[in-house]
Design a protein around this ligand. Structure first.
Ligand SMILES: Cc1ncc(COP(=O)(O)O)c(C=O)c1O
Length: 431
């Protein structure tokens, strides 16, 4: 196993709400796709920054200097995490949604109305509507949606390839579907985008806590993710290639900086969120130090924190693959979802392709309403899951306005999965 028992306990200890909620109720938190729990040093760093550097940047007194340094350190931490070339390529904003709208306005200024944008049928609406808005305003001719292989819940790559032509100016894709858990073949898609010199944009919000993300290896032009899906409080980050950040003209007030990142940032920064994201990176660096002996040769091309963060995320990904396997095939004396005939799973179930999915599973139980499933899981098993619409376009494609979803991250355990599976199996047998 990638994470030793002792390390799992230590990880859970730094997430104060991993085992119980604030009322003291023991529960397994399986709603991470909606928002992850916050790691304690991120929350503490946020509180300290809130008190010690509540002043705005740019003045000579201590609070202001600390605010400036805190923001710079946060940007550097994200730079290392994404293997970005410099902190000036990291823009912060309120949410991925606001950052993508801002980006779409800036890109829209470059378009003539004859171009097209290619995206997919399994995006979050955050990566749909900023582009549809450009179409609505006549800035692009059409937003094109690549189909899914519906049975397995993966992208139809032939269709995606067909949609990209010489008029394609933007190819914008999610790192992983937040309904299906499927990871997009980003490197392949990036190459298709480059062939026609289109901007290649990645919505990494769902995939970010599940594995390494490397903007230079992906050769993407922009990538967005959100702190609240990565063990931090809210606040989101957009990486952009230096030349684009220099050249594009975002909507801004005239007195705001004319150079990136400030050129793209609406209003003053919240320094406390930068302190928090640095806290997350410290957590990941600590995980790396715990597992590093398993990585003698890998990631040698990266230095210091860049290497360590890759190792941490790689180890997390390997550990989480065990979750996907256990959820599908069972763990200990609990049967897997594949053993429960009344359960329908949306997304990849092929055990040879587990590296192509995150441990995010949407499913239904024959003849059992979604609320009943969620209530049973919560009351009988202490499983915090959700039934709903996750703003995923895929839910509209599958015509599932409401679906039960579980999504796990590295502080979850196989024991929790066992409880989940047994509780769900009990429900299947009762109905
Ligand atoms: C894939 C994906 N993109 C975007 C978002 C929205 O992010 P934000 O709330 O930061 O705008 C989500 C949230 O669930 C998501 O899963």
């Amino acid at each position: 196993m990638m994470f030793k028992e002792e390390l799992i306990d230590q990880i859970r200890a730094v997430f104060p709400r991993a085992v119980t909620d604030y009322t003291g109720r023991k529960r397994a938190f399986f709603d991470n796709g909606t928002a992850t729990l916050v790691v304690d040093n991120a929350a503490k760093a946020e509180a300290v920054a809130r008190i010690n550097c509540s002043a705005n940047v740019g003045a000579i007194f201590n609070e202001s200097k600390l605010a400036t340094d805190t923001i710079q350190m946060g940007r550097q931490a994200i730079t290392d995490f994404l293997n970005a070339p410099s902190p000036a390529t990291i823009i912060s904003g309120e949410s991925a949604t606001s950052l993508l709208f801002n980006l779409s306005y800036a890109l829209g200024k470059e378009l003539t109305g004859n171009e097209n944008i290619v995206t997919t049928d399994y995006e979050h609406y955050t990566n749909v509507d900023p582009w549809v808005e450009l179409e609505r305003r006549g800035k692009v001719d059409k937003v094109r949606f690549a189909k899914l292989n519906m049975e397995e819940g993966t992208l139809d790559m032939d269709h995606l390839q067909e949609l990209i032509d010489s008029n394609t100016k933007i190819v914008t894709i999610t790192g992983a579907s937040n309904m299906l858990g499927t990871i997009s073949p980003l490197e392949e898609i990036g190459k298709l985008a480059k062939e026609v010199e289109a901007y290649f944009i990645i919505d990494a919000v769902h995939h970010i806590p599940h594995g390494p993300t490397d903007v230079q290896a992906l050769d993407c032009d922009f990538l967005v993710f959100s702190g609240y899906k990565l063990f931090a409080p809210h606040g989101s980050y957009l990486y952009g290639k230096e030349e684009h950040l220099e050249n594009l003209q975002p909507y801004k007030v005239r007195t705001a900086p004319t150079t990136p990142p400030g050129k793209y940032e609406w209003g003053t920064r919240n320094q406390a969120t930068f302190a928090a994201i640095s806290g997350v990176m410290e957590h990941l660096l600590w995980i790396s130090s715990e597992v590093e002996t398993n990585y003698s040769k890998e990631y040698r091309q990266f230095e210091d924190n860049k290497r360590a963060l890759k190792i941490a995320m790689d180890a997390i990904q390997k550990y989480e693959t065990e979750f996907s396997k256990a959820i599908l095939t069972g763990y200990d004396d609990a049967p897997g979802l594949l053993d429960m005939p009344k359960v329908t799973i949306y997304g990849l179930t092929d055990l040879n392709r587990l590296s192509e999915r995150d441990p995010t599973f949407s499913f239904e139980v024959e003849n059992v309403p979604e609320e009943k499933i969620v209530n049973h899981l919560w009351k009988e098993g202490g499983i915090a899951a959700r039934a709903g619409h996750y703003y995923s376009y895929a839910q509209d494609i599958y015509n599932k306005q409401k679906i039960v979803r579980i999504s796990l991250v590295h502080y979850n355990t196989l024991e929790e999965i066992k409880t989940f599976l047994k509780t769900l199996d009990e429900l299947c047998k009762q109905n």
